[in-house]
Design a protein around this ligand. Structure first.
Ligand SMILES: C[S@@+](CC[C@H](N)C(=O)[O-])C[C@H]1O[C@@H](n2cnc3c(N)ncnc32)[C@H](O)[C@@H]1O
Length: 252
């Protein structure tokens, strides 16, 4: 296959080049098989598969994230920052009467999400194709932002930009719900057992660095740069702290 230049000037060659068009290079290069290839999207978007990938914790984590978004929900718009396999988006729409905003950089993901909805729910889903690192929403547009397992898939600079953008579009008094891997899960057997850690780190090339991140501190720094103050108000752990659902709120 001939080499060509990707959108962000990283030269590429190989199967992933076919998926680089309009997508961040890291997404095409490391995750084409999971998020951009039609057979991958078909395969992974089955409840038993996504549950197996999360070692049987999908239901617990998605229920908790839903609860954290909906409980005494701050008045205003709700943004799901990128698509997620499984029933997260239908469940959010089911739990609310107003519109749900959803963005993703991959058209195939937005289409796959729409297919999971009833006609009535499709009317309340406001989809937009955009990059989480450069959101096209105005400052303080949302009262709630939900991220479901995105941050560990991003290279460090993309992660920083996406967090900064999420805080920019969240209004004072707004809530930020993040479902993710826990901080370096040294208590968990999957981490202690080198072969499983090796497999995970090869499938998720940015996870190792994400494990070292102090999420609350990172959010605090980005909020401060924007003249906002963010506080962690809740954290739920499961699977021996392998996963977490963290809830942050901006001061009014
Ligand atoms: C939310 S994450 C992981 C979800 C998790 N594995 C699951 O399905 O439960 C995957 C999504 O993020 C999207 N994505 C990755 N990087 C992005 C970026 N910079 N901007 C917008 N969407 C992005 C991918 O297209 C994909 O739809």
């Amino acid at each position: 296959m001939s080499s060509k230049q990707c959108e962000n000037s990283v030269s590429c060659s190989g199967v992933w080049c076919r998926f680089s068009d309009g997508h961040p290079a890291y997404l095409a290069r490391h995750y084409w098989w999971a998020y951009l290839w039609r057979w991958g999207v078909w395969f992974f978007d089955h409840q038993p598969i996504i549950n197996a990938i999360l070692f049987g914790q999908y239901k617990k984590l998605s229920h908790r994230a839903l609860q954290d978004c909906m409980k005494s929900r701050p008045a205003g718009r709700l943004l799901q920052l990128t698509c997620a396999y499984g029933s997260m988006t239908p469940a959010l729409l089911n739990a609310m009467e107003d519109e749900l905003y959803l963005m993703d950089v991959a058209e195939i993901q937005l289409n796959a999400t729409r297919k999971k909805l009833t006609d009535a729910d499709k009317q309340r889903l406001l989809c937009a194709r955009m990059n989480a690192e450069f959101l096209a929403y105005r400052n303080d547009a949302f009262a709630t932002v939900l991220i479901f397992f995105l941050l560990h898939e991003l290279p460090p600079d993309a992660r920083e930009r996406s967090i900064s953008e999420a805080i920019r579009v969240l209004r004072p008094g707004g809530r930020f719900v993040i479902t993710e891997y826990g901080a370096c899960p040294k208590k968990n057997l999957l981490w202690r057992f080198y072969p499983t850690r090796w497999v995970l780190q090869h499938l998720e090339p940015f996870l190792e660095r994400f494990w070292q991140v102090d999420l609350a501190a990172m959010l605090g720094e980005h909020a401060k740069k924007q003249g906002k103050v963010i506080k962690q108000v809740d954290e739920f752990h499961c699977f021996a702290e392998f996963y977490r659902v963290s809830v942050f709120e901006l001061e009014p």
